[in-house]
Design a protein. Structure first.
Length: 62
C-alpha cells in the first residue's frame, strides 16, 4: 500500500489536492497541505497528479 507524503517546502497551500482527494485525507494547515487521515487513503494518486507544485510523492509501505 502507498501513502502520500507532502514536501511542505514545495507546497503552496493552494488546496487543489484537498479538493481532489475523494477520501478527505488532506487538509491545509498553516502554509501547507498535511495528511490528516492516513488510514482512509486509498492510494488513488489523484493528489499526486493534480498538485501543480509537484509537492506530493507516494511511498510504498508494507
Amino acid at each position: 500500500m502507498s501513502r502520500p507524503i507532502i514536501n511542505t517546502d514545495e507546497c503552496s497551500a493552494c488546496g487543489i489536492c484537498v479538493d481532489t482527494c475523494p477520501q478527505s485525507v488532506l487538509e491545509i494547515v498553516g502554509d501547507a497541505a498535511v495528511v490528516v487521515n492516513e488510514e482512509a487513503c486509498i492510494a488513488c494518486g489523484d493528489c499526486l497528479e493534480e498538485c501543480p507544485m509537484g509537492a506530493i510523492e507516494e511511498i510504498e509501505e508494507d
